[in-house]
Design a protein around this ligand. Structure first.
Ligand code: HEM
Length: 517
């Protein structure tokens, strides 16, 4: 039995793991597209997304107050882009890309942290471990980002209040300024031009994550405008030389640079408000159920369907036979409780990412209600070696059937908005009769626009679901409707009753018409 990393399901971990590792091929998320290749900047002269993403993480973290345990990587910078300390379009460019990934399960702050990982990986840099669970701020925090005009004492004391020593400060600045540079339209006096195209890089290898920013500084061949520019704005020179170049000399070796930067940038992105508990570092699950779905049919059977993603990085073998052994609804099992998950043909059935490759298998299986499924384990049989068993850290992969969202009977009427431009969302769910005595809710994540902030806010809305149709199978069908503002048509919803729920689904997979049961 092979370890699974974390116990599935987990709303945040599942979502962030997919965004982090499913980059191309089948079921691709495409997060790394924004920083690939490393020098990429939406083909706009003077832009490098990878550099902007890393700078965004620093500016967001930099207002952390270590003593008070407030601020840090909490996406408060969304509200702070007008401040002089946050000059430039880097931040809103970054949010513009993260926009479509932001959800109830993927906080902007976690996406900013993941942005550092993706940027460095795309630029041949080290792997920065990614923990998740950051919580987004709902308003601006106090200012406090160091600026190039600040004197050394001010910069040192700002890093100290974030919780970083002088040596940490030197490392963090050098590790940041390996990518990108200074924009003429933000700092014309430093670049000698105020044009958008004028982009003075920190080192000659700005599209490769390496120690050139350090070695060129030590050899005095550097063109870094924060070293060679006007005295008033030479902050890199002041920072790098504060200990007589000791720290910079230690980082000159590229291998040392990589490990030093992985470690200091990890500390940077894990600088969070004290009420945030971060997860263990994410690694790709060796076996992961993707979008498992249940549907109650009018003949009294239940259909279970979804995908099983299997890691294939360590194998020289894509001929994998994948089966699921399931337990009935009452927990009993039998040797005939086996579902075959069939390799998907589209795109070779495979996907990959910066941390490895996957194969996807699909299953669709109908069972009599009396049997049902409560959980399953997965077996993988490679063509050339023994069978592997995956049991979700001993818990089995749970499959709950006390609440079933009925997508065929649910719909999102996007063709006929009401007078205020709202779309009607109707969700029908089959709910076990034993739950009917207490209320069942449709819970919708509504997005709302915020003044001066590119990214909409998220708020949980609840409506009680009403009786819709009886069945003779021990379930009642309930229906709930919610008017979604047009900015919010693509969002997540779930159905919940006490401890029972059918987890978040995307409104994107609903059609325009609610069908009959
Ligand atoms: C004393 C502290 C720091 C000062 C004064 C400073 C200052 C600056 C300035 C003036 C720019 C040019 C921005 C523009 O032209 O729009 C810049 C860019 C950048 N900074 Fe820093 N920085 C500091 C620390 C850091 C740290 C700790 C990191 C990350 C670990 C970082 C990452 C970056 C990156 C990646 C860019 C390039 C952005 C781009 O190319 O669009 N900086 N920094």
């Amino acid at each position: 039995i092979v370890g699974n990393g974390y116990v599935w399901p987990s709303p945040v971990l599942d979502r962030m793991e997919s965004i982090m590792f499913q980059q191309s091929g089948l079921l691709r998320e495409g997060f790394v597209d924004g920083v690939s290749p490393c020098g990429f900047g939406t083909n706009i002269e003077g832009r490098q997304n990878a550099a902007e993403w890393v700078r965004t993480a620093f500016h967001d973290m930099a207002t952390h107050d270590a003593q008070a345990g407030t601020g840090g990587l909490d996406a408060s910078i969304m509200f702070e882009t007008e401040r002089p300390e946050n000059l430039g379009s880097a931040f809103n460019n970054t949010f513009g890309f993260f926009f479509s990934f932001h959800s109830y399960r993927a906080s902007m702050a976690d996406l900013i942290a993941l942005g550092v990982y993706a940027s460095l990986r795309s630029c041949n840099g080290p792997r920065v471990p990614i923990r998740v669970g950051r919580i987004d701020a709902t308003e601006a925090g106090p200012p406090g980002v160091p600026e190039p005009t600040h004197d050394l004492d001010t910069i040192v004391s700002k890093f100290a209040s974030m919780g970083f020593s002088k040596q940490d400060m030197i490392q963090m600045v050098a590790c940041g300024h390996s990518l990108g540079g200074v924009h003429g339209n933000d700092f014309p006096q430093m670049v000698g031009s105020d044009s958008v195209e004028a982009f003075a890089h920190f080192d000659t290898t700005f599209a490769n994550y390496d120690s050139a920013v350090v070695t060129e500084y030590l050899q005095d061949t550097t063109q870094n405008p924060l070293v060679k520019g006007p005295n008033e704005t030479n902050s890199d020179l002041r920072v790098f030389s504060v200990d007589g170049n000791k720290t910079m000399e230690a980082m000159a070796d590229n291998a040392v640079f990589q490990t030093t930067c992985a470690s200091i940038l990890e500390r940077m992105i894990n600088t969070v408000p004290s009420n945030v508990a971060l997860s263990e570092p994410l690694s790709p699950l060796p076996v992961k159920p993707i979008t498992p779905k249940t549907t109650l049919n009018s003949d009294g059977t239940i259909t279970f369907e979804g995908f099983i993603r299997v890691g294939t990085t360590e194998r020289n073998d894509t001929e994998l036979a994948v089966t699921m052994q399931y337990a009935n609804a009452d927990g009993t099992t039998s040797s005939s409780n086996v579902i075959e998950a069939i390799p998907i043909r589209a795109q070779g059935g495979s996907g990959s990412g910066i941390a490895g490759d996957f194969n996807y298998n699909a299953y669709q299986f109908s069972a009599a209600l009396t049997n049902g499924i409560s959980q399953f384990n997965v077996s993988v049989k490679p063509s050339s070696s023994g069978i592997e068993h995956y049991d979700n850290e001993g818990h089995g992969f749970p499959y709950r059937d006390d609440i079933i969202i009925q997508e065929p009977q649910s719909c999102l009427i996007s063709t006929q908005p009401d007078g205020n431009g709202n779309f009607n969302l109707t969700v029908v769910a089959a709910v076990k009769e034993k739950l009917i005595s207490t209320p069942t809710y449709l819970q919708v994540i509504e997005k709302f626009p915020r003044q001066g902030v590119l990214i909409p806010g998220l708020v949980e809305r609840k409506v009680e679901m009403k009786a819709f149709q009886d069945t003779t199978f021990g379930y009642k069908l309930l229906s709930g409707s919610y008017l979604l503002p047009s900015v919010s048509w693509l969002t997540e919803y779930k159905v919940i009753n006490g401890d029972s729920q059918d987890d978040f689904r995307s409104t994107g997979s609903l059609t325009d018409s609610c069908g009959p049961f």
